[in-house]
Design a protein around this ligand. Structure first.
Ligand SMILES: Cc1cc2nc3c(=O)[nH]c(=O)nc-3n(C[C@H](O)[C@H](O)[C@H](O)COP(=O)(O)O)c2cc1C
Length: 223
């Protein structure tokens, strides 16, 4: 098992998965560990659903039908400022270009780009997907931070086991379909999806690890 620091360094978003399933006892240990995340006043405002098997197939079928029909996405919350600050926008564009380059998709290949977007709605081929949410009738900014700790614990825990994942906001486009396929989620605000599994061997796109800012640009010591 990788150390916490090594897991942070090797983790990256995985966008091609092997079909094999992660065993349920491994998932149970992972979720129990992820649930050790801190939260304000120990409120533990998160909810986590694992969707797999026929339930995942049914969700993907509905998702793809909605995407193919050109249905506009309507996530339950706004993730980013609109517009993005210029420096953020530049980084967002760079990561998009990097992903397309690793998939061999050129600038003008609109259909292939659409196909890439579509792959978000089939969770990049993962056979197991976590959906993270919170209580829709009561949440605030800090709630997202608390839930984010669980999301990161899951990603790092998977990385420590040499498994992969990809956090997804795009898959929050159709919360009504999530509510339809996830029983008991009527009062859930869906925050992110996390497809996970064994990274596909030899995948070019999985090799992509976007660069980070030099630490000096965002870390200051005051003494
Ligand atoms: C909450 C969240 C939502 C994201 N949504 C998507 C998504 O919908 N599709 C996707 O391909 N990547 C998505 N990403 C992955 C980011 O593009 C990725 O984390 C970023 O480019 C840094 O790359 P890395 O994760 O490989 O280090 C998301 C990341 C986060 C944290």
């Amino acid at each position: 098992m990788l150390s916490a620091l090594d897991s942070m360094h090797v983790r990256r978003s995985i966008r091609e998965f092997e079909p094999e399933l992660v065993p349920m006892d491994t998932i149970r240990q992972l979720v129990e560990a992820a649930g050790r995340a801190p939260s304000s006043k120990n409120t533990q405002p998160w909810r986590l659903y694992l969707v797999q098997g026929p339930a995942l197939d049914a969700l993907v079928a509905d998702y793809l039908a909605a995407f193919d029909a050109g249905r506009p996405g309507k996530p339950g919350y706004r993730y980013s400022p609109d517009p993005l600050p210029e420096t953020w926008m530049a980084r967002a564009k760079a990561v998009g270009i990097g992903i397309f380059q690793h998939k061999g998709i050129g600038r003008e290949e609109k259909e292939k780009r659409r196909q890439h977007d579509r792959e978000n709605f089939e969770f990049f081929g993962a056979r197991q997907v976590f959906f993270l949410g919170t209580q829709e009738s009561a949440y605030s900014y800090g709630t997202f931070m608390d839930c984010g700790f669980v999301l990161d614990n899951l990603m790092l825990g998977l990385a420590s086991l040499e498994l992969g994942s990809c956090p997804q906001f795009s898959a929050m486009a159709y919360p009504d379909l999530l509510k339809k396929h996830i029983p008991g989620s009527e009062d859930t605000l869906f925050i992110a999806a996390l497809p996970f599994g064994r990274p596909k061997a030899g995948s070019h796109v999985n090799a992509f690890q976007p660069p980070r800012l030099p630490v000096e640009e965002w870390f200051k010591v005051v003494s």
